[in-house]
Design a protein around this ligand. Sequence first.
Ligand code: UDP
Length: 234
Amino acid sequence: MDRKLLYEGKAKRIYSIPDKPGMYIQEFKDDATAFNGLKKEQIKNKGVLNASISTTIFRYLMQHGIPTHFVEKLSDTEMLVKKVKIVQVEVVCRNIAAGSLVKRYGFKEGTVMKQPIVEYYFKSDELGDPLFTEEHVFALELATADEMNLIKELTLKINGLLLKFFSERKLKLVDFKLEFGRDDGGNIILADEISPDTCRLWDSETNKKLDKDRFRFDLGGVEEAYEEINKRLS
Ligand code: UDP
């Protein structure tokens, strides 16, 4: 398929397709970064594994009524997606304390939240993705109140669906990050990816970390962890 590189991010490339103006190709790379790009390496096979994992999860969410950008899987590392304009708000949803919930608020790692915590981060590499509130989102004119209500509602619905999906595969969904976009009609739909790069996933019995934290904190067995997730999902 004829294509033009539109955007290269830390873990993915996005291409436009001259013959299909309403679609993009999303390609998953082996590159991994952490701590705002300070730590940079390649994880063997990550592109293939994340494309497969993300495809499985997006198909599942769509079967349960979540609107997403996913159209079809094109190859080992590529998917065809609907063209969207990304809302510059990263939405994080947390069920169990880890990462910055431990660092910032003093929760003990592994503490189960009584209800999910939804947080918003300004998607800005220059500013280092600061935590912000809906009022900042409105002041910066990143999204309207109606759009933020819908984004929060979809996030909580996705959380419920994913908790069930992962627990059936003996995995705890600790936390995850979502990105939403506006399609050509201005509708808010789920975009980006859902993978061990963007979720914390622990084995239900042993609490073994099976996600990007293995890379962030040099725990070893990174590729094996992503392979294990892919195996449990397929
Ligand atoms: N996350 C992400 N991209 C980001 C920041 C966070 O995918 O730019 C995910 C991360 O993998 C985790 C969740 O969002 O599953 C919450 O991350 P946290 O804020 O704890 O990030 P930390 O600073 O600990 O990496």
